[in-house]
Design a protein around this ligand. Structure first.
Ligand code: NOJ
Length: 568
């Protein structure tokens, strides 16, 4: 490289060595004993985040909301729901986070609003409403049933048709809601809608927030031709790149270097992601893709649970690594508020094994994730190895998706026990039980009655006990991984290469760059495995950078859920 080229080489964006922590506010920490987590609870726990070393917090929605979908149904984008606090308290939280060097990313939910948002209340007042066209309305279709039925056969993600009547409007038209009936979809074809959203986003950025996580943002562009047909054109319409580019120019321009933007995009492909996140295209910094979290879904639905083959996971993540190596950027996640707990899903959460390998398996998963190339997202509670809820009765669940699915399947005559078993793996409430801060009453989450039961295993799994474990603290291990990303350009930017793609239990890859090479090798099983790679080539003389076992093992053997990171 010539001196001139060196000067011109682009400086990597700050988020290439950053780690994001997701807070699901209802379940994080409650400060006023109403059983629901709130801003006061977050403020009281900022030491936890600072000690962990995360750079950014993504806050799931705290806006004014009827809470039909726990805040993903917003009735005022510029208000804070009283459940969580006030705008003044939000400003305090933001200032305190900034004071600790932590950025704050807001959830942006603009595919849909609440049906209680003033825009929808106005739009559904009648066909002549000036805001009628802010939402998506269609006439029903006569399918020979004597009266018109839904404009097409799209289903809501939360069961039932994706179309409903708005009783107040006095018409026979249907409005579109890809999620609950209380979440009507906005019509992004209308420029007034788009600019109202951009104004709101600018208002938050002017207030000091540092970016947005954009809820199902590839759904904002529908394929209009399909609205009365039946093919799944409810997302990735041809205008999607125009909308995001327009948003970029209208909101991020001039301040984008400081921000972080991540678009949640079910169904997105690697090729799409290259376009969404290519730097010169001025759309988004990164996307949340769904390929790897769909590998254990059977053909019937996400509740149809099939065993995961590690080879599929490796191949999938590796394709994303390679596909976004020269253009775009990956986000890295194994769990969030919509997914089961990653430890219960991909590791050994200890339920059947007395917790013997919970530490090893939690730290292995963390290492594999954090040492890929991309920006890692830690979901609250993963840093102490929290596990699925273990609910056995339907009345323990609160999630709208869970409850609607259960009711619909029961109505079809399916066996209750079978449905409950599926929910034990897949319900979103598995990841939404309150954060376990201590072994005390309600896990130290609240002095009241929690909105969702705390996991009874909080007597063993909680922040206080974990942090007292010293060398076997999962939190401590995360802290080291996060610090490693900050310190090591190899971890942040090194080139990724998958090794042993056909091995069913060994997950091994390298990261290479100017400062050397890293080997990451992990055993996804509860038995010893041979890993000859550890003693091959440069690795035999390499130095151990990180691992989750103390003491020596035969050099080419990985013990149950062991992970080793070697620098050569
Ligand atoms: C994705 C969010 O993560 C999920 O929690 C929500 O239910 C849907 N989008 C609808 O907003």
């Amino acid at each position: 490289m010539s001196a001139n080229e060196e000067v011109l080489a682009p400086v990597p964006a700050w988020w290439t060595d950053a780690v994001v922590y997701q807070i699901y506010p209802r379940s994080f920490a409650d400060s006023n004993a109403d059983g629901i987590g709130d801003l006061g609870g977050i403020r009281a726990r900022l030491d936890h985040l600072e000690q962990l070393g995360v750079d950014v917090v993504w806050l799931s929605p705290i806006y004014t909301s009827p809470q039909a979908d726990n805040g993903y149904d917003i009735s005022d984008y510029q208000g804070i729901d009283p459940l969580f606090g006030t705008l003044e308290e939000f400003d305090l939280l933001l200032a305190e986070m900034h004071g600790r060097g932590i950025k704050l990313v807001m959830d942006l939910v603009v595919n849909h609003t609440s049906d209680e948002h003033a825009w929808f209340v106005e739009a559904s007042s009648g066909k002549d409403s000036p805001k009628r066209d802010w939402y998506v309305w269609r006439d029903g279709i006569d399918r020979g049933e004597g009266q018109p039925t839904e404009p097409n056969l799209w289903r809501s993600a939360f069961s039932g048709p994706a179309w409903s009547h708005a009783p107040a409007d006095g018409t026979d038209e249907y409005y579109l809601h890809l999620f609950a009936a209380k979440q009507p979809d906005l019509n992004w074809e209308n420029p007034e809608v788009r600019h109202a959203v951009y104004d709101m986003m600018n208002w938050w950025l002017d207030r000091g927030v540092d970016g947005f996580r954009m809820d199902v943002i590839n759904h904002i562009a529908k394929i209009q031709d399909d609205l009365t047909g039946d093919s799944p054109g409810f997302r990735m319409g041809p205008q999607i790149h125009d909308y995001l580019h327009e948003m970029n120019l209208s909101v991020f321009a001039g301040r984008d270097a400081e921000l972080i933007t991540v678009g949640e995009m079910p169904g997105v492909t690697v090729d799409d992601a290259r376009l969404f996140t290519g730097v010169d295209r001025l759309e988004l910094d990164m996307v949340f893709q769904f390929e790897h979290v769909g590998l254990d879904h059977g053909p019937a639905s996400k509740f149809d649970n099939v065993p995961l083959d590690l080879r599929d996971l490796k191949r999938s993540l590796s394709r994303w690594q390679t596909g976004l190596a020269d253009q775009g950027w990956n986000s890295l996640y194994l769990g969030n508020h919509d997914q089961p707990r990653s430890l219960s899903r991909f590791g050994d959460d200890g339920e059947a094994t007395d917790g013997r390998l919970r530490y090893e398996s939690a730290t292995l998963l963390a290492t594999i994730l954090h040492l890929h190339r991309g920006t890692p997202y830690v979901y609250q509670g993963d840093e102490i190895g929290m596990t699925n809820a273990g609910f056995t009765r339907i009345d323990q669940y609160q999630d709208i998706e869970t409850l609607n699915w259960f009711a619909e399947e029961r109505a079809l005559g399916r066996d209750e026990a079978e449905l409950l078993e599926a929910l034990r793996f897949r319900s979103r409430d598995n990841a939404r039980t309150p954060v376990q801060w201590s072994a005390g009453s309600q896990a130290g989450f609240t002095e009241g009655t929690p909105w969702l039961e705390v996991n009874p295993n909080h007597d063993v799994i909680n922040v206080e006990s974990d942090r007292a474990l010293g060398s076997r603290s999962i939190f401590e291990f995360y802290r080291r991984l996060i610090a490693l990303r900050h310190e090591s350009p190899l971890v942040a930017l090194g080139e990724f290469a998958l090794l042993e793609p056909d091995d069913p239990t060994l997950y091994a890859f390298t990261r290479s760059g100017d400062s050397g090479r890293l080997l990451v090798a992990g055993n996804f099983s509860g038995s010893d495995i041979e890993a000859p790679i550890l003693v091959e080539g440069p690795w035999s003389a390499g130095s151990r950078l990180l691992g989750n076992y103390e003491g020596d093992a035969p050099a080419a053997v990985l013990r149950p859920w062991e992970v080793r990171v070697i620098l050569a």
